[in-house]
Design a protein around this ligand. Structure first.
Ligand SMILES: [Fe+2]
Length: 277
């Protein structure tokens, strides 16, 4: 049995399609998606529907967990525009996914076991692997958008890396893993597909995602193009350093001062992008 393991698609449909079209993915009998299927990217509904079509087992990511409360008063600010826009795209679809799934010697989760918000770093993995329940030899997780595959004391931890917003310096790259089980023997291999980030940029514009959350969409697209680690988080931290992140005026001030790669305001950036596509 070959299983395609992917994570953190984040609404990036061109990246997901590129992965599903690879021979490695097409030779898999099933798909497991380790959470954060949606939010940040421009086609969350299409991503969920395509994964459902492929019969994927989907886990709960921190983004799905937060979306359940997207209409709560604490998420009313400008900084949550992306989340509210994503929620509106998902009308009628269920995002009620399990947190962890254990199957034979494999444990599948989003962040850390039992907590989709817990961001693991590679340094945490040896102790975590030592603490896994008896009989579990392989831990598959996502959440951290940079990948890893490490072995420790006979156990293995695999994070395929974010399929939709990879943060390891490789723009336009969609990573995934294939797990193959033969009896008690489990092998894991890592792969990647190349996709056209221009297709995702077009989707940011035609779906209205960029209009709903212009600065955040631009930062997400920047990471998709460059693979820069945590670009969105760095921007949000900068906004917070200037004032209330729920205030649109604070984001406009941040936009003026943020060292964007293209030295122009975000409205100008999207205007030029639209003209060039
Ligand atoms: Fe994520």
């Amino acid at each position: 049995m070959r299983t395609l393991i992917l994570t953190d698609v984040h609404g990036n449909l061109p990246a997901l399609r590129a992965v599903l079209a690879t021979p490695e993915a097409q030779s898999c009998q099933r798909v497991i998606s380790l959470g954060d299927q949606v939010n940040f990217g421009p086609e969350p509904r299409e991503v969920l529907c395509l994964l459902q079509e492929r019969g994927a087992l989907m886990l709960l990511g921190n983004h799905e967990a937060r979306l359940a409360h997207a209409d709560a008063p604490e998420y009313a600010g400008y900084n949550w525009n992306m989340q509210r826009w994503t929620k509106a795209q998902l009308t009628g679809l269920s995002i009620n996914f399990p947190v962890d799934v254990q199957e034979g010697g494999c444990l599948f989760t989003h962040g850390a076991p039992g907590d989709p918000f817990h961001l693991l770093e590679p340094v945490d993995l040896p102790a975590l692997l030592d603490s896994l329940p008896e009989g579990v030899t392989h831990l598959f997780s996502g959440h951290n958008h940079a990948p890893w595959l490490i072995a420790h004391h006979g156990r293995t931890a695999c994070n395929p890396g974010s399929l939709g917003i990879l943060e390891d310096g490789r723009g336009g790259t969609a990573p995934f893993a294939v797990m193959e089980a033969h009896g008690d023997t489990i092998t894991v291999t890592r792969h990647c597909a190349i996709y056209d980030v221009g297709d995702t940029a077009r989707a940011f514009l035609h779906t209205g995602c960029a209009a709903a959350a212009p600065e955040m969409s631009r930062a997400v697209l920047h990471t998709m193009r460059t693979g820069e680690y945590q670009a969105v988080l760095k921007l949000v931290r900068f906004v917070i350093s200037l004032g209330d992140p729920g205030d649109a005026a604070v984001w406009r001030e941040a936009d003026r001062r943020w060292p964007w790669r293209e030295s122009m305001s975000t409205p100008e950036f999207w205007h030029r992008m639209e003209a060039s596509l």
